[in-house]
Ligand binder design. Structure first.
Ligand SMILES: [Zn+2]
Length: 253
């Protein structure tokens, strides 16, 4: 049973037939890892905390820079120079004091992912570099933990969902094979519009809630590409590579 306090806080969820009290209880029991608390991680963390996802593990090793404030909506100007993970903790606790937060104020490496990821129901990759994305992908695929990944640069955003509980699911490395080098373009050299990260991060949070509620996702194993300049979406099925070093051998037959 949901108590009267939660009934008020989550009343707009309770009105929805496919969430309701049972769905809200599922969210309250869920554990999620959010890697990166920048332009994507900000809306992801805010929406999942607001939604009452019971335990959030939030990780970022950076300190806030003034140049972050154009898009990282968790933070405020007077906090420049402070640790982002600790700032995020304060903001999220103020937003929803009822959830459980575990805060990691350092950049995670593959060995860290191997200890955190098996404990959670879902991982949100909100990081900003290929090596972190690939490390998260490897551990999620190995542990069968779903992964929702996004990226954005200039006016273009990417969204991917990999439900590794399903053996037919491809992985990030099927799309970006081991030989793929770190892209020359990144937000600090090429720029990005702030609301684009809001769009992509909000979609990560939306898909996260659906997944935690057990609702079917239409984008498992898909790459969605958003052109913010001309408002166009494209959707590509990611082919599962039978030579993929991460996920081959995991498919049936
Ligand atoms: Zn793969």
């Amino acid at each position: 049973m949901i108590n009267s306090h939660d009934r008020q806080r989550y009343s707009r969820h309770l009105l929805l037939g496919d969430i309701g009290e049972a769905g809200q209880q599922q969210l309250l029991r869920a554990k999620v890892l959010i890697v990166g608390l920048g332009g994507l991680g900000s809306p992801v963390a805010l929406y999942l905390a607001a939604a009452g996802v019971g335990k959030l593990i939030i990780a970022d090793g950076d300190h806030l820079e003034v140049s972050n404030l154009q898009r990282q909506i968790l933070y405020d100007t007077p906090s420049a120079g402070e640790c982002k993970a600790l700032l995020a903790e304060q903001r999220l606790m103020a937003l929803n004091p009822d959830i459980d937060l575990e805060v990691i104020d350092e950049a995670l490496e593959e060995s860290d992912f191997s200890s955190y990821i098996p404990e959670v129901d879902l991982v949100l990759d909100c990081s900003d570099n290929l090596s972190t994305r690939k490390a998260i992908n490897r551990v999620c695929a190995a542990e069968g933990v779903p992964l929702i990944s996004a990226a954005a640069i200039r006016w273009e955003g990417h969204l991917m969902l990999f439900d590794f509980r399903r053996p037919e699911t491809p992985c990030y490395e099927c799309l970006y094979p081991p030989s793929a080098a770190e892209p020359v373009l990144n937000c600090s050299t090429s720029g990005v519009v702030g609301p684009l990260l809001g769009v992509l991060g909000s979609l990560q949070a939306l898909e996260a809630l659906k997944l935690l509620l057990g609702l079917e996702s239409d984008i498992n194993g898909k790459l969605l590409v958003f052109d913010g300049r001309h408002h166009q979406w494209q959707r590509f099925a990611i082919a599962k590579h039978n030579q993929c070093p991460v996920c081959s051998g995991k498919s049936q037959g």
